[in-house]
Design a protein. Structure first.
Length: 243
């Protein structure tokens, strides 16, 4: 049956990374490239407000192999799926031009119901066809926006369900699940040194508003949305811990 893996050794030599082009998924991509012989990626165009992340992911994919020579031969096929109906059924600040606020449910208005469940289901379908047993995601339940589909319990259950539904074992690996954002920056440095840190700062995109006109020490973004706030706070904590 499926189980959650946060680190350790891979059970197969092939992995499929849910890769958005943001900081967390880039660190997960580096994590997978350091552990698996063959790594494929999948991205989703679901009408997100910060569509610029789709361009960012190509920049990262074209550059990450230069960080470690061994990674070049491990980078496999990139898959991009269009899921326009997700935006059509989601009335959220991540799929339309609306103010980011806390809702009565106690969640940010950027929460897209079912998003990660849908993403992993499609990823599992690709992995089934490609003979891949490990799915890697950048979900975290420490420094995060409170999304219920980012929680460990959700993903453990989902891994079990996907394994049962497809009659094949799928392991959902979440290397960032128990890390705060400062520790995520530290992991990036551990995996790829200053080169990976520079790649994250200059070429990844996390800002919910799709803002890339302002360059902060931690990267580009509006500096005020929840995603920028978490990224900036983690960067500052990481840098202060190095001094």
């Amino acid at each position: 049956m499926a189980h959650q893996k946060h680190g350790a050794e891979p059970m197969t030599t092939h992995a499929l990374v849910l890769f958005s082009g943001g900081q967390d998924s880039t660190v997960c991509l580096a994590w997978a490239l350091a552990r698996f012989d063959h790594v494929e990626t999948v991205g989703f165009d679901y009408g997100q407000r910060h569509r610029i992340e789709l361009s960012a992911r190509y920049e990262v994919l074209s550059r990450i192999g230069a960080i470690e020579p061994a990674w070049v031969g491990r980078i496999g096929r990139d898959h991009v799926l269009a899921l326009p109906e997700l935006a059509a059924i989601s009335d959220t600040a991540l799929t339309r031009d609306a103010e980011i606020v806390m809702t009565q449910a106690g969640l940010p208005s950027t929460f897209v119901p079912g998003r990660n469940v849908i993403f992993f289901t499609y990823a599992a379908a690709i992995a089934y066809r490609r003979g891949i047993d490990t799915l890697v995601g950048g979900m975290c339940e420490t420094d995060y926006s409170g999304y219920p589909d980012c929680r460990n319990a959700t993903l453990v259950s989902l891994g079990e369900s996907l394994s049962l539904a497809m009659d094949r074992r799928f392991d959902i690996a979440t290397p960032l699940m128990v890390l705060d954002k400062a520790a995520t920056w530290a992991l990036a440095e551990q995996l790829g040194g200053a080169a990976l840190i520079e790649l994250i700062v200059e070429h990844t995109h996390t800002c919910y508003l799709g803002e890339r006109s302002t360059r902060h020490p931690w990267g580009y973004g509006c500096g005020t949305c929840p995603a920028c706030g978490l990224r900036a706070k983690g960067y500052e904590k990481w840098r202060s811990g190095k001094n």
